[in-house]
Structures are given as C-alpha cells and as structure tokens.
Write a protein that binds this ligand. Structure first.
Ligand code: DNO
Length: 386
C-alpha cells in the first residue's frame, strides 16, 4: 500500500511537515475553497501541488471533486455542471494528477451524531447513534413520516431520552449533523437542510442510480482518455437516512456501479469503515472481487451495535477483521505488482490533541498517526509471512 495522509490545506493545524514525520509519502487533498460545481483552474491546482511537492511529498489523490446536487437530481443546469466536471478533470490531468475520489450521497456527505464520544481510556471517537438520529429526525427536524424508518424499540428509547435532553445536547446533535464534518461541502441551517431534502421527495434508489450512471457515462470516457481514475466513495453510513436514497452501500451496489461503465477509470474507494457498518458486507470477499477497480483505500474499523448504532474503534479492533482485509490487499498487490494508495481513515482524538479545539473532527494528527503505524506494521507482518 502506498501510505498517504489527508490534509485540509493551509488552515489545517496538521501540517505537511507533520505528515512527513508520520511516515506517509503521499498527500490527499482538494481545492476546498472552490465552490461545488465550478471548474478547478490549473493555476489553483498548481499552487497546491507546488506547496505539497516543496515539502518532498506527492499529491497522491484528490478527495474530492464533489458532485453538484443538480447532477445528482438531473435538474437545472446539470449538463453545464457535468461539462465543468470534465474540464476540471482535464485541468488536473494537465497538472499531472490522475486520481479522483468522489461520492454520490444526496445532500449530506458522511454523517455522525456525536463527534467527541468519550471512550473508556479518555480519548474520544466519532459515533453514529441510531437513537440520536431518531431524535433528530422525529423531534428536531420533524420530518414527516420519519417514525416509519425506526423500530419501535428505537422510537421508545428516543422518546424517553428526548424528555430529559439538555439544550446543549440538542445543539451538539444538530451541529454534528448539519455542520460538523470536515470535507463536506456545505454547512447548513435546519431550514436550508429541509429545503434540500425536499428536493429528493419521490426520488427512488433506481432513479438516483440512473442519474449516477448518466454522469459516469458522460465523464468516464473523458477520464479514460486522460488516464484519470475516478473512485467512488461508499455511502457513510451505508443505509438510508432522512428518507434519502443511499445507493453505494453493498456488494450488489458495487456490481451495478462497475457495470454502469466498463472501464478501469470507473473505480472504487474501498472504505472499510463505511462498508463495514453494514453487517451484510463481507469485506475481504468484496475487496478480492473488485480489486482491479479499487484505486484508493480508506482503512478504519467500526464497532457495530445491535440497534444499528456504531462507533469508530481502533484501526485494528472493532467489528471488521482488518487482518483479513489487509491480507487480501497484500496478496493482490503481490500478484498485480500494483501499490494502492491508502490512508489511515480517521483516528481518535487523544494525547495532546485532546486539549486542542480541532476543527477537523476525525482528522487529528496523533490518532491517525497511531492508525497508520498499526496498519503499516500489520502490512509488513503479512507481507513477510506470505
Ligand atoms: C470522511 C470522508 C468522506 C469522503 C467523501 C468522498 O471522512 O471519507 O467525506 O471524503 O465522501 O467524496
């Protein structure tokens, strides 16, 4: 695996020099300041690339060039937005960057309800709590029909917790969902959020998949010609939330994806944390099946709970067998001669980072450094053993 680290650009307190010290050779970043749907200009791309290279690192992956909501919904100026996307691909390729991560999640990118969930050892983790999600949807946002999406046990627990909830906790849940997470495109108010969700009224999984297929059929031939690979990020969490269709959650969804356009440029970001939150997913088997299309690895572990909640565990612990996955990856790399870019995904807020008011939840230095160190050790051990 080629070791990389995500960097949010100059505002990120984790600097490029820290990334080098962590042992990564590659950087994963994006033009975070360019509004979604606009063309990435070469001058802007070069500026970031030069900054990364001046530190002796390489810009390994773009995460992400986001997809405008009009493209997902096929409405308004979506054809123009697709042309913009193609132009961005041409511009990155002209600068020598050939790897692009993106997602097709409606409205929200990744979602958690708790960004600083205390673990027993004193560090904090990201958590998705089904009951808190039900509180948000049923009692805070008051989405019509939301109750139907929850079991009676979860609803009962949500009602009882909501009776005693403090104003601070309400704020924490709202902030986590509407404006908490790094890498997401927009911070939203509740009203804006409701408006955006309403646009998806009546949009089925099938329809959203057709819109993804249309987008890929437009963009992948251009990418292929440029030698660019696109790697879709699975939906996180991998199930519907807020009544929105989520379409990249399982092996069957990935089957559909690769069949939308049969090209090596139409690839996958294999995110073990996102896919791992769906208990039906057999991750080692899925990696082996789609390996030729996996262009990017996000390695992290979630611990699943009975009601559908989960939290982010240590990279080598949790409900996912990381050993079995890395073994499949090492086998594939040995037989194909490829080295797939990998980033240790997320990390606990721990040690000195606990005292910092970190804007990039999940992306503190020390927790990710620990994750990278563990994953490198695991890889080396498996490699030597095979
Ligand atoms: C979360 C990230 C996601 C990811 C996007 C890719 O930590 O993995 O926000 O960057 O979904 O487009």
């Amino acid at each position: 695996m080629k070791q990389t680290f995500r960097w949010f650009g100059t505002p990120d307190p984790v600097q490029l020099s820290h990334i080098k010290q962590a042992g990564a050779t590659g950087v994963v970043t994006a033009l975070h300041h360019i509004p979604n749907g606009e063309i990435w200009q070469t001058k802007e791309i070069r500026k970031i690339k030069d900054t990364i290279e001046a530190e002796g690192l390489e810009w390994s992956f773009i995460e992400s060039i986001p997809i405008h909501e009009n493209i997902k919904l096929q409405q308004g100026d979506y054809l123009e937005r697709i042309e913009n996307y193609k132009q961005s691909l041409k511009n990155i390729a002209a600068c020598g960057i050939k790897n692009v991560c993106y997602n097709f999640m409606p409205v929200l990118d990744w979602t958690r309800t708790h960004l600083f969930w205390p673990l027993k050892n004193g560090s904090t983790a990201l958590r998705f709590d089904k009951v808190e999600m039900a509180i948000f949807e049923c009692f805070l946002m008051k989405r019509e029909g939301a109750e139907k999406d929850y079991t009676s046990e979860v609803l009962r627990e949500a009602k009882s917790r909501f009776k005693q909830i403090s104003a601070e906790e309400v704020q924490r849940i709202e902030d986590a969902i509407l404006k908490g997470l790094p890498g997401t495109v927009d911070d939203l108010t509740m009203d804006q959020f409701k408006e955006m969700i309403a646009q998806y009224d009546g949009v089925s999984h099938q329809e959203l998949k057709e819109n993804l297929s249309f987008f890929l059929n437009q963009v992948i031939p251009v990418a292929e010609e440029l030698g660019v690979v696109m790697a879709i990020h699975p939906d996180d969490p991998p199930f519907d939330i807020m009544g929105l269709p989520r379409i990249i959650t399982s092996e069957a969804d990935l089957d559909d994806l690769v069949n939308f356009v049969d090209s090596p440029s139409n690839g996958i970001t294999f995110c073990t944390g996102s896919l791992g939150a769906n208990p039906a997913n057999d991750l080692p088997k899925m990696f082996a099946k789609f390996a030729d299309r996996v262009h990017f690895l996000h390695l992290r572990n979630v611990r699943r709970e009975a009601d559908g909640s989960f939290y982010e565990d240590n990279h080598l612990e949790g409900s996912t067998d990381m050993y079995a996955i890395v073994e499949e990856i090492v086998k594939y790399e040995k037989s194909s001669g490829k080295k797939i870019p990998m980033r240790p995904d997320h990390g606990h807020q721990m040690v000195d980072d606990l005292a910092k008011n970190h804007a990039y939840c999940g992306y503190t230095a020390i927790g990710r450094l620990k994750g990278l160190a563990e994953l490198r050790g695991l890889e080396l051990g498996i490699h030597r053993n095979l």
